[in-house]
Design a protein around this ligand. Structure first.
Ligand code: G4F
Length: 361
């Protein structure tokens, strides 16, 4: 029997990688997206061979009746609730919308499953987040570390985490949380720091941009590759019994480290001087193609307080031991290799953009 999956947020980074895996496994894939529908196919702008087959349904997680109808009609074997307002900084500006999508949205999906009489059939995956640990009380963070959310985003996700646990305990639903640490890729949006860095540095290296402004360079994250993490999302729903898992690499790096790696991948050695808002990243040594546009001593990185958050999460690193022991999962791609992949992808775009700029004279 062909399995049916329903992915909310199929148009996002994780939705794309997950749909790709489910396609390979022969699932019939349905997805909820806020984007205009595109002839049953997602992956616009990528080679045809990378395109995915999926039935796309227009809507979002604020619309209870649409969610209820879709769940009833699709009657999925597996639901992956990846849809979210996922930008932490933006959640401070739009806390009510964030609460509706990231908190109540999960409840809407769970209620749709329950009221459609699908509790015994449909397995549910909730995209929980390391942001739940927030102001961390221990390192590394594991399945037993207390939560301390530090943003409207994290507070809404906390509601979703516990609602998922409650549906498992109250109704016996196969519902589980993947507590995912940061996971990125060339498909990451430029509003997240990794992609902002790789795109910005690539543009600097071809002369499209002189410098890049960032916020808190001291923030530390446990970065993994989205393709690795969606593998774990699927594995969680194949277990005999539902459980919650931390998904992480166990390695921690700062935003400053990530800048240094991205620059190095482009032949630029960056050194940091000063502190706080007066910190600068300066080109110390440049080789290769970048040397045509970047000179030794150029200020490439500036700190702009506009990118600070009212409360930030600064010290995340996960313990993926349970995922390894119980599901045999471990990440294949290191943060630095992922950075290099993102730089290569953004450099190709930057070179193309640079060719379109008319030359002087
Ligand atoms: O890349 P970020 O915006 O990701 P953040 O806030 O960690 O959230 C991401 O990962 C979570 C899982 O751990 C997800 F739940 C969430 O949906 C999202 O996918 O910021 C990472 C760090 C922050 O501490 C931020 O203050 O980078 C710091 N940062 C420094 N300069 C910046 C910037 N972040 C952004 N977005 N832009 C900057 O210029």
């Amino acid at each position: 029997m062909t399995k049916r999956a329903f992915i909310t947020g199929i148009g996002g980074q994780d939705g794309w990688y997950l749909a790709q895996i489910l396609n390979e496994k022969g699932y019939e894939v349905h997805g909820l997206t806020r984007r205009p529908l595109d002839d049953e196919v997602i992956g616009d702008g990528v080679p045809a061979s990378d395109r995915l087959a999926a039935h796309l349904h227009f809507g979002d997680l604020t619309d209870s009746s649409n969610i209820a109808r879709l769940v009833r009609e699709i009657a999925p074997d597996e639901v992956y609730n990846l849809g979210a307002q996922s930008r932490v900084a933006a959640s401070f500006h739009a806390p009510l919308y964030t609460a509706s999508v990231d908190g109540l949205g999960t409840l809407r999906v769970l209620e749709a499953i329950r009221l459609s009489g699908l509790v015994d059939r449909t397995r549910f995956y909730q995209a929980s987040t390391a942001e739940l640990f927030g102001k961390v009380s221990q390192s590394p963070q594991s399945e037993t570390t207390p939560f301390y959310p530090r943003s409207p985003y994290a507070a809404a996700k906390l509601f979703s985490y516990w609602t998922t646990v409650n549906y498992r305990e109250a109704y016996g639903m196969f519902a589980c949380n993947g507590v995912l640490f940061n996971h990125d890729s060339p498909r990451r949006g430029k509003e997240f720091v990794t992609r902002k860095i790789t795109s910005g540095m690539a543009r600097i290296s071809v002369g499209l941009q002189r410098s890049l402004s960032l916020g808190n360079l001291d923030a530390k994250r446990d970065w993994g590759h989205a393709a690795d993490y969606v593998r774990m999302q699927w594995l969680m729903l194949q277990r005999d019994a539902p459980a919650d898992y931390v998904i992480a690499t166990g390695e921690q790096h700062s935003v400053r480290d990530f800048v240094t790696w991205a620059a190095a991948a482009l032949g630029i050695e960056i050194r940091f001087f000063g502190s706080g808002v007066d910190e600068h990243g300066i080109a110390a040594h440049v080789v290769g193609e970048a040397a045509a546009h970047v000179k030794q001593g150029d200020i490439l990185i500036r700190v702009d307080p506009r990118f600070f958050r009212p409360t930030d999460v600064v010290d995340l690193v996960g313990d993926p031991g349970r995922a390894l022991n119980e599901l045999g999962w471990s990440p294949l791609v290191t943060a630095r290799d992922m950075c290099a992949e993102m730089v290569a992808s953004d450099l190709a775009v930057a070179r193309r953009d640079a060719r379109h700029i008319p030359s002087e004279g």
